[in-house]
Design a protein around this ligand. Structure first.
Ligand code: HEM
Length: 215
């Protein structure tokens, strides 16, 4: 089938990685927007979560789609990592040589695994809370634990590192590469991860430090 042939090809893998990465980034943007309501008030956040859950069909379709995109991104990423290791240096790794942030590019599989572990623990924590607990109370209960919060912060640091290279790599694959814009693109590879780190990290610190006790 043409699709299997495409995904198996070198360019097909890169395009699929970039497209699934873009979708995950869009999810992250919508998740960040939803969670940013925590900064406003408990009522606003609870209102947002209740509104979301009043459309179960949309939630199921969205969650299933997200799961499949995650699966494609992780399995292809793992495949590329193993192929690169076997080949010593493949075309995929060669393209990363011009990257300024080499720490981020070299640690992609490890930061990726760290994010996977985080997502599993995160989704498990929110899905299996005490029955009938309001989502605002779940957030407060979980993030109020010092070590749970600390784990979140470490995972967000890994996410920022992963995004920093992933964002750049995605733009290269889509051909967004022009001397006039490269300076701005390089800046964005720091600004985008930092934005998520501060937004998500701020929520955790709010509860970890006890300031969110009255949330
Ligand atoms: C402090 C930061 C975060 C908070 C407070 C938070 C909060 C939540 C909450 C409340 C839910 C459950 C939504 C519901 O069912 O009502 C959820 C689901 C989820 N979160 Fe987060 N989240 C945070 C950061 C992240 C990050 C950084 C990622 C990804 C790397 C992530 C990935 C997910 C995923 C994949 C789901 C399941 C979505 C679905 O079922 O469709 N979260 N999060």
């Amino acid at each position: 089938m043409w699709f299997v042939r495409f995904v198996s090809s070198s360019i097909g893998k890169k395009v699929t990685m970039a497209l699934s990465g873009l979708m995950l980034l869009l999810f992250l943007c919508s998740h960040a927007a939803g969670n940013a309501t925590i900064y406003m008030s408990r009522a606003v956040f609870q209102g947002y979560a209740d509104e979301l859950h009043s459309h179960p069909l949309i939630v199921i379709v969205f969650s299933t789609g997200l799961f499949l995109v995650f699966l494609a991104h992780i399995s292809l990423g793992l495949l590329l990592f193993l192929q690169n290791r076997q080949a010593g240096a493949s075309r995929y790794t060669v393209s990363t040589r011009v990257v300024t942030n080499s720490l981020a590019s070299e640690t992609m599989p490890y930061t990726g695994l760290c994010i996977l572990l985080f997502v599993l623990i995160h989704v498990f924590g929110f899905a299996f809370g005490p029955t009938g607990e309001m989502i605002s109370d779940t957030v407060k209960r979980l993030l109020g634990h010092f070590f749970y919060g600390l784990f979140y912060l470490v995972a967000f640091a890994a996410l920022a590192l992963h995004l920093s290279h992933g964002f750049w790599s995605m733009l290269q694959t889509f051909g967004v590469n022009h001397p006039r814009y490269n300076k701005m693109i390089n800046k964005l590879t720091y600004i985008v991860p930092l934005f998520f780190l501060l937004l998500f990290g701020g929520i955790v610190l709010y509860f970890m430090t006890g300031r969110g006790a009255s949330f």
